[in-house]
Ligand binder design. Structure first.
Ligand code: GLV
Ligand code: GLV
Length: 303
């Protein structure tokens, strides 16, 4: 039996398997532990099941001398300092594959919502501002024949491309097309790259300036992939037609963040993988990773 820290309640059957095999402590609060609290909590942990809201850096690992396994309950593991974990011989696992369709669905929901101005229309109806059916009212982008640029053609990007084909869109991917060409050609740009040093602020003011006037930007990857100040400015200038974001930096955005005042912005609370089926499968994979590593075996889903 090893001591395992789980940094949030995960109400899925997989946790029973973990608790049957190991001595599990669960952080019961609704909000994540502070970095200081997390350092205290890992002091005697051999296994860590953490969320993307937990920063797993060298300072945390130094506070966890017995740690032998880190299972991240996410596919993106930019919250982990991989070099620091590697240097200490601690394997890191993630949950690839099972959230591909859920995340691609959400990306497509955001594409449709931005293209057809759903959030704005809904607000107008509730505010009593919609007076009658108008021939040229609420016009948006027709997806059939429009070009979707997919930045990052991994599992999720390819799943978005399959959906786009069903809608009659033309698809351009950032491999093989250079990013500049993709930005210039696309009516909708959807981001599907992990956050790394190479992709941080990949979509900056210069990238936004290359996009077609009035184009739509969709981000279901990580907030840090876009320069949010540049996005807010491009929305205000009307050069960017709309931005639909599942992810921001930080999360959540402070209520007074200037991005929230920008026009034609739709933002939802990081729900790409949030379906009942997917979150349960992610718990299975995270638990499988921990059980394997704590038994001295390779993780089945190494990050
Ligand atoms: C969610 O953002 C994930 O990386 O799983
Ligand atoms: C990352 O898992 C991706 O599927 O693109």
């Amino acid at each position: 039996m090893a001591r395992v820290l789980v940094t949030r309640r995960l109400p899925f059957p997989a946790l029973d398997r973990l608790a049957a095999a190991h001595d599990v402590t669960v952080w019961e609060d609704d909000l994540p532990p502070s970095p200081e609290r997390l350092r205290e909590l890992v002091a005697d942990a051999e296994g860590l099941l953490c969320l993307l809201t937990d920063r797993v850096d060298a300072a945390l690992l130094d506070a966890a001398p017995r740690l032998r396994a880190i299972a991240v309950y996410a596919v993106g593991t930019d919250n982990v300092d991989h070099a620091a974990a590697r240097a200490r011989g601690i394997p890191v696992g993630n949950t690839p594959g099972v959230l591909t369709d859920a995340t691609a669905d959400l990306a497509f929901a955001l594409i449709l919502a931005a293209a057809r101005r759903l959030a704005e229309g809904e607000r107008a109806v509730r505010a009593g501002a919609w007076r009658t059916w108008e021939p040229a009212g609420w016009l948006g982008l027709e997806l059939r024949g429009a070009t979707l640029g997919i930045v990052g053609a991994g599992r999720i990007g390819r799943a978005v491309a399959r959906r786009a084909e069903g809608f009659g869109m033309e698809v351009v991917t950032s491999r093989p097309a250079p990013l500049e060409e993709l930005l210039e050609r696309s009516d909708v740009v959807s981001l599907h790259v992990p956050l790394t040093d190479a992709t941080r602020h990949l979509i900056d003011a210069a990238a936004l300036a290359r996009m077609k006037p009035g184009a739509i930007l969709v981000n279901t990857a990580r907030g840090g992939v876009v320069d949010q100040r540049a996005v807010a400015q491009a929305l205000r200038d009307g050069r960017l037609g709309a931005a639909a974001l599942d992810v921001t930096d930080p999360e959540p955005l402070p209520p007074d963040d200037p991005l929230l005042d920008a026009p034609n912005l739709l933002v939802v609370p990081h729900i790409g993988s949030a379906t009942h089926a997917t979150r349960a499968r992610m718990a299975d994979m995270a638990v499988d990773n921990l059980l394997a590593a704590l038994a001295g075996e390779p993780m089945p889903h190494p990050a």
